[in-house]
Design a protein around this ligand. Sequence first.
Ligand SMILES: C[S@@+](CC[C@H](N)C(=O)[O-])C[C@H]1O[C@@H](n2cnc3c(N)ncnc32)[C@H](O)[C@@H]1O
Length: 256
Amino acid sequence: MNDDTGALTETYEQVQHDGSANPKPLLAPVPTSPKIPDYLQETYWWAYLHPKTLKFFEREWVVNLILWGNMKRLTRAVLDDLELTQGSRVLQVACVYGKFSNRLAQHLDKTGSRLDIVDVAPIQIENAREKLAGNGNVEFHHQDSTAMSFPPGSFDETIVFFLLHEQPEEARRKTIAEAVRVTRPGGRIVFVDYHGPKKSNPMRYVMKPILAWLEPFAMDLWREELPAFFPAEVTAEQIESEFCFGGLYQKVTVQL
Ligand SMILES: C[S@@+](CC[C@H](N)C(=O)[O-])C[C@H]1O[C@@H](n2cnc3c(N)ncnc32)[C@H](O)[C@@H]1O
């Protein structure tokens, strides 16, 4: 694992430009191994941090069941949206159970493109590394989505698949701001997540108590459109939103 433990989040911006070829860091390097955020430990330990339940959830059919049969469709929606050129760099913010990352890595391989995957939980990074062992174009990073250590504009495309509904508002806003920061001008960000379904969609009445019980922050995405959490620098013209399954899921693309 490239756990980026030695990375200094501010290194790339807090340098002294004294005209020499090698700018001097103003701060002494401090190892920054990200801590498991409270919301993950308290609300989602059973889904992502426990080795036994990880093994249970790490199955395509389980993820597909949780998404009411929409896993392939939502994965396809992401792959079809990517505008790859030879050697593109793509960032996946947070691991995803099932075959999402395998399909993504294979898709990227066709253009000699690379996939970088970030996750804050070492157990998830280890699991993804095993799952993706056959793919030579993937690198793993032990980082927090709210404070990534990549320099600005590092990626052509950034994907955030079902992470934002799990984060409290402050972390969600920081994750989105970080996705914007690490994606290059002219690049794109693809968010896929829950959304408040139409009143005529019976799923609304099935999912509301389930999410309110197990995934309390998800209701934010029912109440507000996702762009409400975007930084001010992202304008309405840059955003394209699509909805499916009666509005229960959304794909929001930001063109930078
Ligand atoms: C992408 S989300 C949910 C994806 C989807 N429900 C699935 O099928 O797996 C789950 C992942 O997000 C990670 N995660 C949560 N908060 C994070 C953060 N602040 N930084 C990086 N990863 C985070 C968790 O460790 C977990 O691996």
